[in-house]
Design a protein around this ligand. Structure first.
Ligand code: EPS
Length: 357
């Protein structure tokens, strides 16, 4: 029994959608808790004016009845309120009438650092918009909704997940300076998960390794260029005698340099992962590029954009980690009904005689 997540949706299209399969029946979902995470994602210093247009709310089209999962595919929708300004430009069907609103003229000046040029090559596009719409981090809204569902499942077995910006105190100053220079900034976020029992993930195959799943999930988020588990890159500088977490009575550790994962398997300590975000590639002071229509040097597309989205990344990364932990927990504990899942977790903790600290 595994959990899957498929998403679809363009930034200025009608909506973002997600389908989750593999949830047990009987899991209680709280719409307000999901919407709270959607709102957390929209906040943060340095976001684009787009956030004043969007007020993200989740809708459920399938898989839920009276707030309880049915054990069937769960279909989540987050509408793009901005679509009303793009109804011609982003019409899924061939639009009727004269072009009106936004997105009517083809974009031919790819931004360095965005999906624009790669998309044009790869998919044979004439309009850069066909690449940037899906590559946009707007997509993360529905991923956060799915993460909120994963967190509800994890709560049933006492696991809590929280993301935060590293160095939040310096962020506002960095954003102000960058905005003044019409530039953008990146940053680092950290996600911690408490109550994860030893034994999630597996060293048996690379695809089952919890660290590989977490790294792939975090690298799958727009603008993420680096991922670290525990002390990560710093471990390379240490000797083995300094780098490992010695096992003490009670089968716990006094240190957690491994970030709660050894050999691709959770070891019962807090899971600690970090993700590094590059500065956003849409600059108000555009970078050099080439106009694909003329072949001449040009300035890159200037679209309304964020100066920083690091605080949003903390929420998005939290959702990604929650989804992967929930997936590995579904792999381990299975169960068609939520009670079966919880009972398998309880029986396992009894067998290994482990209590979370
Ligand atoms: C994004 C560009 C901006 C951001 C967007 C991500 O979109 P727009 O051009 O419509 O202002 O606001 O993020 C969101 C809309 C969101 O909800 O996070 C990009 O190019 O990745």
């Amino acid at each position: 029994m595994t959990l899957t997540l498929t998403t679809a949706g363009e930034s200025h299209g009608p909506a973002l959608v997600a389908i989750m399969t593999g949830l047990p029946a009987g899991l209680v979902l709280d719409r307000e808790a999901i919407d709270r995470d959607l709102q957390r994602r929209q906040q943060g210093y340095g976001r684009s004016p787009r956030q004043q247009i969007e007020t993200d709310r989740v809708d459920v089209l399938a898989g839920l009845r009276h707030g309880r999962t049915l054990g069937t595919p769960l279909a989540l929708v987050v509408a793009n309120r901005d679509h009303k300004n793009w109804t011609w430009g982003m019409s899924p069907w061939r639009p009727e009438g004269e072009p009106t609103g936004k997105g009517t003229k083809p974009v031919t000046v790819p931004r360095p650092g965005h999906a624009d040029l790669a998309g044009v090559f790869k998919y044979g596009l004439d309009d850069v918009r066909d690449a940037l719409e899906r590559a946009s981090a707007r997509h993360t809204a529905v991923a956060v909704a799915a993460g909120a569902v994963a967190k509800a499942l994890l709560r049933e077995i006492g696991v809590g997940v929280a993301g935060a910006v590293v160095g939040l105190e310096e962020l506002a100053g960095r954003v102000d300076e960058a905005r003044k220079d019409r530039d953008t900034i990146g940053g680092v976020v950290e996600v911690r998960a408490r109550g994860v029992p030893p034994g999630l993930g597996s060293y048996a195959t690379k695809d089952d390794r919890l660290d590989a799943r977490l790294a792939a999930a975090l690298m799958g988020i727009q603008a993420v260029k680096g991922v670290e588990i525990g002390d990560g890159f710093a471990l390379a500088e240490l000797r083995g005698s300094q780098a490992h977490d010695e096992i003490v009575a009670g089968l716990h550790r006094e240190t957690n340099r491994a970030g709660g994962i050894e050999a691709g398997v959770s070891n019962g300590e807090e899971i600690v992962v970090r993700a590094a975000m590059k500065p956003l590639p849409t600059l108000m002071r555009p970078l050099q590029t080439v106009d694909l229509a003329t072949g001449d040097a040009a300035e890159a597309l200037v679209e309304r954009s964020d100066t920083a989205a690091v605080e949003a990344l903390a929420v998005v990364a939290e959702a990604a980690v929650a989804f992967e932990l929930a997936r590995s927990a579904r792999d381990k504990f299975g169960g068609d009904a939520i009670g079966d899942f919880v009972a398998a977790h309880t029986a396992y903790l009894e067998r290994i005689d482990w209590t979370p600290r």
